[in-house]
Design a binder for this molecule. Sequence first.
Ligand code: DHK
Length: 145
Amino acid sequence: MTTKTILIINGPNLNMLGTREPEIYGSQTLHDIENLCRETAGAHDITIDFRQSNHEGEIIDWIQKAGGKYAAIGINAAGYTHTSVAIHDALKLCGLPIAEIHLSEPKEREEFRHFSYIAPVAKIHVSGKGAASYSEAIEKLAELL
Ligand code: DHK
């Protein structure tokens, strides 16, 4: 049996975790979250390709190349969640199971965060649990795969 790999994509400003509004996003760095993801996935014999970009086009390129290479995608599109039709389209096209991940609970924050372009193309949605949103999303993807 070949090992499955999940691509975890992090959008803009998530490289600033640890110092970025810790009262909202928690005090863990993105590196801490990456370690948590690897640990969670490892328990299911799944490997993780963990990435972050501040650039919409780069994220779209990664999604376009994901088909056939990865078993699933976990994505925290960060601010692009609420703006990007293009990321929505790329996720729809790639045909992989998608988990939408958020550290905070966007629906309980400013109104402009209430709508998600990722939600309609995702099978799994986990938000509001801090870093544990990532591990829960990986657990749910592992069940699905
Ligand atoms: C992260 C961001 O950067 C925000 O733009 C989203 C999301 C929420 C999160 O909770 O992980 O609105």
